[in-house]
Write a protein that binds this ligand. Sequence first.
Ligand SMILES: O=C(CO)COP(=O)(O)O
Ligand SMILES: O=C[C@H](O)COP(=O)(O)O
Ligand SMILES: [Zn+2]
Ligand SMILES: [Zn+2]
Length: 358
Amino acid sequence: MALITLRQLLDHAAEHGYGVPAFNINNMEQGLAIMEAAKATDAPVIIQASRGARSYANDIMLAKMIEALAAIYPGIPLCMHQDHGNDEATCMTAIRHGFTSVMMDGSLEADGKTPTSYDYNVAITERVSRMAHWVGASVEGELGVLGSLEGESEAEDGHGAEGKLDHSMLLTDPDQAVDFVARTGVDALAIACGTSHGAYKFSRKPDGEILAMKVIEEIHRKLPNTHLVMHGSSSVPQELQDIINSHGGEMPQTFGVPVDEIVRGIRHGVRKVNIDTDARMAMAGQFRRIAAEHPREFDPRKFLKPAMDAMRDMCRERLEAFGTAGNASKIKVIPMDEMAKRYASGAMGPAVTAARAA
Ligand SMILES: O=C(CO)COP(=O)(O)O
Ligand SMILES: O=C[C@H](O)COP(=O)(O)O
Ligand SMILES: [Zn+2]
Ligand SMILES: [Zn+2]
């Protein structure tokens, strides 16, 4: 069993200068695809489940699946993370079901749509940090609201602000970030820099006007020991758009976050990179291709196997590009109980890169 906490994994990543993709899962096929990619590259992984994933798959099914994945791939440190927890209960029930890490996204109200005040965000995130750390689980907070700097913000996926937001909300304020980390004790900080969830992030290849990597650099300068998280970081590769559209799909042309911009972020403190859309597109492209090329086919496995392979290949590319590859075998997992003791002893204060493993 090699379930690792986010804190230990990102401490290792910071020490060795790499980033870790966090892939969303909803089902067995996605879990196997991620783990196959991790095994092929000797990479530790973060698997995350949204609230939508938890209600789709059932908490017990997800918990057993993670247990199974850890047993099938004993050499891969696996962090199981709650994506976009909306309140204390979501975070605590995730931990109860075996998650080693939670995101308390206090940038939005519990409805997942309405931006909150700074004080609300600090208070709820601090509460979750305190509770999660009692049992050794890690906490990611979020400061700033995800959304497009191009003008219109679309709440494309399950979680995202509705309506138009101004730049002061869409870009994390570096000084406020320093205060937020100190007051909440989070292990990782998600920031807003112009990315958004879903496929339709940018109407053109992004430059510094619409993808504000400078904000990340500035936050990293002020918080050099804090693990930064980039949400909405699918690259929406042209070839995946083409596979979908050449087999009956009608996705309008769109642009994601280029892999080399993420790599630049990793040089400036980004340690966790959230990717869901690329996996969805990799799989959906194969569903469409099989349906178009083999119209008589009806065995779900004939659709799911190529879909899994395509997702595995995408995951593998990211694990290689972000420098995650080659690190699984270098990590000796610290149990959650031991992490709890370290938090209790005060050895793991915010913005301290401690708890080194190997
Ligand atoms: O941020 C994400 C999950 O929290 C996923 O982002 P994408 O939609 O870009 O894959
Ligand atoms: O938060 C965004 C992730 O892509 C998860 O999406 P979801 O809520 O549709 O599962
Ligand atoms: Zn958010
Ligand atoms: Zn997200």
